[in-house]
Design a protein around this ligand. Sequence first.
Ligand SMILES: N[C@@H](CCC(=O)N[C@@H](CS)C(=O)NCC(=O)O)C(=O)O
Length: 202
Amino acid sequence: MKLYLSPGACSLSCHIALHEGGIAHEIVKVNLRNHETEDGRDYYTVNPNGSVPALQIDSGDVITQNAAILQYLGDNFAPAILPANGTLARARLYEMLGFIGADYHKAFSPLYNPNATEEAKAAQKEIIARRQAYLESLLADGRPFILGNDFTVADAYLFTVTNWCGRLGISLDAFPHLIAYMERMRSRPSVVAAMKAEGLIA
Ligand SMILES: N[C@@H](CCC(=O)N[C@@H](CS)C(=O)NCC(=O)O)C(=O)O
């Protein structure tokens, strides 16, 4: 299967999940400025919405949206990183993917808008801090991963989004559990492998 990604973008979450599950794959980099793939194709022919990630499976079908791809990978190839369907744990997973995707990830988007005013960016950073306070409150009970004792696809997504704080100058100092969580995640073999393959670390 083929994962379309942009280095360091939210597509890193699916890339981490592929490595976590030991799933054979290739990656295709997409230039998000002109929506062209590295092999010169118009990316809109792959994903009409133009966003990464997109996963092309062996049948040729293309799946988009982090939450859908992460669950497809877990359900079909890596059951250890996804609670079973129909359980409360699966509902909690879906709840967390919804929070990360709709509330947390999207709170960062205006910070990447070159036309956003400094005032608008400051207001956005307050929203991000509120989301991080919620994550901190979950991690404060000492759980190693965001949903408890086991790594799930939600960790791949949460790490990816929180990792943007460094280059955006957003301090995590108020959230020591979140800092420790990020350090744990950064040393995880699947995270290291995906980040290396994207050229984010040596
Ligand atoms: N809801 C989408 C959001 C995807 C998204 O925002 N992708 C960003 C990168 S983090 C992107 O591709 N932006 C460029 C564009 O949409 O043209 C998902 O979960 O997959």
